[in-house]
Design a protein around this ligand. Structure first.
Ligand SMILES: *[C@@H]1O[C@H](CO)[C@@H](O)[C@H](O)[C@H]1NC(C)=O
Ligand SMILES: *[C@@H]1O[C@H](CO)[C@@H](O)[C@H](O)[C@H]1NC(C)=O
Ligand SMILES: *[C@@H]1O[C@H](CO)[C@@H](O)[C@H](O)[C@H]1NC(C)=O
Ligand SMILES: *[C@@H]1O[C@H](CO)[C@@H](O)[C@H](O)[C@H]1NC(C)=O
Ligand SMILES: *[C@@H]1O[C@H](CO)[C@@H](O)[C@H](O)[C@H]1NC(C)=O
Length: 578
């Protein structure tokens, strides 16, 4: 009887906790969503009330013409906005959006042909980041090229293409939509392995957000190409998708538990870039998949904590907020643009990633706490341990309720700093919270629409992330001459429970991925050993790790370094560094 009452009380508690989620946030969103949608549509030509002069289907970034002048169309911003427009249309929420989508397709088909400082249609011009709103080239100095535009645009258009296929309109798809998608995917397949500017237009290197968008676009593009019988395109896209997915793994920073946003730039690398990557790669059918960086994957959660924590002490408006509650967040902590301020869209994405994670945990009726995500989960229950928790356990209820409240906290921050008329600028002030920089930023409006759809539990259409896996040994094969290198490490282990693995900076050493780390053999225990084929004349860094079930223990810093010879073989003898 006592057990029965305890369970009943717990059930009632979780029911109440869900029902009372956050009435203030509910009320804010009920008011704000129509304003956000109207704000978004006002910035799309030719009829948008704030976008006069914009050609049909052209999304202006903001109507602001000075301090800053954002009256241009960026391929990135426009494509992210149209991903949401297509999502609303294909969910059947608003059939009138079809006209906007058809206008967008036509405008982008024209834009792809406009020669510009990045090149022509066939020489890299698709990497041009922004254009004038009458669809002519912008010739001023700029951070170009930016390689996220084409994959983001094709993701938006593939959403529409799949709808056309399902609704018996393959003719329109083949004639008007596929040609635009194909140009973007051909560009992406050809140029993904070149550097370009990041989404904030400041760092020229490789950038995680761009890489993740490239992978998703090529992967779902290959599926669409197959459906259309375009087999040679499908082969090219799927081959490059696999290469991009390998490269994507290399951004993880295992000793600090976050994803480094850019390979260049000389910053910490903690950046909203990576949270945006996670929500834009979300596919509920993939669960908490690690390789595609799903919102509830262990690395994405560890990364979320590193990101939010980077802003706790730098903005005065965050003073006094407990270290386990939501705060205002910006692009990255070293930001100096407009004095380095919090942004609405980056605060919204901190909420959206967690709403996405909750969708999956509720769907699979369980959640997993791993060594990598432990610190994230301990924000919500300081005693939680590594393990798997079914939805029937109190731990699952405690964690998911607290994470939902935490996510709502980010929306509450936005609410606090949104003016009474609901208009959303780009930024808000770190000391006063007043709106700052470009007014009516289209992307700010879109970010609240996508976050609140996730909060309502709306599942986005999948893109096949579940079958975008990395077969063992696939990354970095066929890269030229190799030599045999034997790694021996003397390590005491718990018999039958622990094993020793190696991971390091090159693909043959699993690109610092503990999941794909290579196991050594204990045939000569306590010497653990493995012989690998490595590219010749190559410097690399590496570490040994020990795994015991889900638990991963790394050797102490610094990383080891060594090199492969040009010919012959090499043996490296190490002793485990605890
Ligand atoms: C196919 O879609 C286009 C674009 O929306 C539309 O103009 C056309 O009428 C559609 N055709 C059919 C058969 O539904
Ligand atoms: C190109 O791909 C290789 C292999 O993944 C990677 O090591 C290199 O950093 C990539 N370069 C760029 C600019 O993407
Ligand atoms: C992700 O990797 C961890 C090991 O680091 C593993 O415990 C977990 O099950 C993996 N998740 C999925 C969904 O494969
Ligand atoms: C990949 O996954 C998607 C849905 O998750 C499915 O529709 C598709 O058929 C899969 N493709 C393959 C090759 O298994
Ligand atoms: C490897 O490292 C050595 C010593 O630090 C350096 O002289 C050499 O140029 C490096 N080789 C490559 C291919 O980077």
């Amino acid at each position: 009887m006592r057990a029965f009452f305890a369970t009943a009380a717990l059930g009632l508690y979780s029911l109440l906790a869900n029902a009372q989620a956050n009435p203030a946030v509910d009320a804010f969103l009920a008011r704000q969503l129509p304003i956000s949608k109207a704000g978004l549509l006002a910035n799309i030509g030719p009829d948008g009330s704030r976008s006069s002069g914009a050609k049909a289907g052209v999304v202006i970034a903001s109507p602001s013409t000075q301090d800053p002048d954002y009256l241009y169309t960026w391929t990135r911003d426009a494509s992210l906005v149209f991903q949401e427009v297509v999502a609303q249309f294909t969910r059947g929420e608003d059939p009138s959006l079809r006209k906007n989508i058809d206008d967008f397709v036509a405008s982008q088909a024209q834009l792809q042909t406009v020669s510009n400082p990045s090149g022509t249609i066939s020489t890299g011009g698709l990497g041009e980041p922004k254009f004038n709103i009458d669809l002519t080239q912008y010739t001023g100095a700029w951070g170009r090229p930016q390689r996220d535009g084409p994959p983001l645009r094709s993701i938006a258009l593939i959403g529409y293409a799949n709808w056309l296929l399902e609704n018996g309109n393959a003719t329109h798809l083949r004639q008007r939509v596929w040609p635009v998608i194909k140009l973007d995917l051909d560009y992406t397949a050809r140029f993904w392995n070149y550097t370009g500017f990041d989404l904030w237009e400041e760092v020229s290197s490789s950038s995680f957000f761009t890489t993740v968008a490239q992978h998703r676009a090529l992967h779902e593009g290959a599926t669409l190409a197959t459906a259309l019988g375009e087999t040679s395109s499908a082969t090219s896209y799927s081959t490059q998708a696999a290469n991009v997915l390998c490269f994507q793994q290399s951004y993880w920073n295992p000793s600090r538990n976050y994803v480094t946003a850019n390979t260049g730039g000389g910053r910490s690398g903690i950046d909203a870039n990576t949270l945006l990557a996670s929500v834009h790669t979300f596919d509920p059918a993939a669960g908490c998949d690690n390789d595609t960086f799903q919102p509830c994957s262990e690395k994405a959660l560890a990364n979320h904590k590193a990101y939010v924590d980077a802003f706790r002490s730098i903005y005065r408006i965050n003073n006094g907020i407990p270290s386990t509650s939501a705060v205002a967040t910006g692009r990255y902590s070293e930001d100096v643009y407009y004095g380095g301020q919090p942004w609405y869209l980056t605060t919204a994405v901190a909420a959206e990633q967690l709403y996405d994670a909750l969708i999956v945990w509720n769907k699979q009726q369980s959640l997993e706490v791993t060594g990598i995500s432990l610190a994230f989960f301990r924000q919500f229950s300081s005693s939680v341990q590594v393990g798997s928790y079914a939805s029937t356990t109190p731990t699952f209820t405690t964690l998911t309720n607290a994470i939902r409240a935490y996510a709502d906290g980010f929306i509450a921050v936005i609410q606090k700093y949104t003016p009474a008329d609901g208009s959303l600028a780009e930024q808000y002030h770190r000391e006063t919270g007043s709106p700052l920089s470009a007014k009516h930023l289209t992307w700010s409006y879109a970010s609240l629409l996508t976050a609140s759809a996730a909060r309502r539990g709306v599942e986005p259409k999948g893109w096949g992330a579940a079958n975008a896996t990395i077969p063992p040994g696939q990354c970095g094969t066929n890269v030229g001459p190799t030599v045999s290198v034997t790694f021996n490490v003397n390590a005491q282990t718990v018999w039958g429970a622990e094993s020793i693995y190696i991971t390091g900076s090159i693909d043959q050493l699993s690109g610092w991925s503990p999941e794909r780390a290579i196991q050594l053999s204990a045939d000569r225990y306590p010497t653990w050993s493995v012989t690998l084929q490595l590219p010749t004349d190559t410097n690399f860094s590496y570490k040994y790790i020990r795994k015991n079930g889900n638990q991963v223990v790394w050797e102490s810093d610094p990383d080891r370094s060594n090199s492969s010879p040009s010919t012959g073989t090499k043996t490296i003898n190490d002793v485990w560094k605890s």
